[in-house]
Design a protein around this ligand. Structure first.
Ligand SMILES: Cc1cc2nc3c(=O)[nH]c(=O)nc-3n(C[C@H](O)[C@H](O)[C@H](O)COP(=O)(O)O)c2cc1C
Length: 178
């Protein structure tokens, strides 16, 4: 048997990033409203609690989104569909325009709770009230209480694994829910 006792000390950022990148996630765009609305691609999104309904997202302290989100009362989460890789790349691009103009390339509408932009073609849409924030090292952990949500029942979702965007192979996927 291969004994894996020689684990690396967690002080090599590249190795750490590659290792943590083996945890597959979906991809979201977090949004806030206001005179300078803002959106940011995030895969740190996690469901936290059903009662009360809570989710979290981790936001790096040096992003534009960080201070906007921590000072917002509400925020939106658009869970990207499989065909939205370009959208994910756009909202991760530090050279995109700030404010309203960054939303020009996408189809969006203001959410009914708090008005954060929601991406019309997304697989799921969540509107959250900012509930708590926690210290997360070079990130802040932002917990939101889910107020309103919607989902596309048959949507395929965009995945992120090992530093690459991916889609599920429909043929190979096994549906364990039926
Ligand atoms: C797939 C993917 C997932 C990302 N997830 C996060 C995340 O969870 N938290 C974060 O702070 N940045 C994340 N980023 C990086 C931000 O999207 C990127 O730094 C962005 O330019 C920050 O925008 P801003 O500074 O304009 O707010 C991710 C990037 C990609 C491509």
């Amino acid at each position: 048997m291969h004994v894996r006792s020689n684990l690396a000390i967690a002080n090599d950022p590249l190795l750490l990033r590659r290792t943590l990148g083996l945890f597959a996630t979906g991809v979201t765009v977090v949004t806030v409203a206001g005179t300078e609305p803002h959106g940011m691609t995030a895969n740190s999104f996690t469901a936290v609690s059903l009662d009360p309904p809570l989710i979290l997202v981790c936001v790096r302290r040096d992003t534009v989104m960080h201070d906007r989100l921590l000072s917002a009362d509400a925020f939106g989460i658009s869970v990207l569909a499989a065909h939205q890789e370009a959208v994910a790349r756009h909202f991760a691009n530090p050279r995109r325009p700030l404010g309203h103009r960054q939303f020009d390339p996408v189809d969006w509408f203001p959410g009914g709770f708090g008005g954060a932009p929601l991406l019309a073609d997304a697989a799921a849409l969540l509107e959250c009230e900012l509930w708590r924030t926690y210290d997360g090292g070079d990130h802040s952990i932002v917990v939101g209480r889910l107020v309103r949500f919607d989902r596309e029942p048959d949507a395929e979702v965009l995945l992120f694994l090992n530093g690459r965007f991916r889609q599920l192979d429909r043929e190979a996927a096994v549906d364990l829910t039926t």
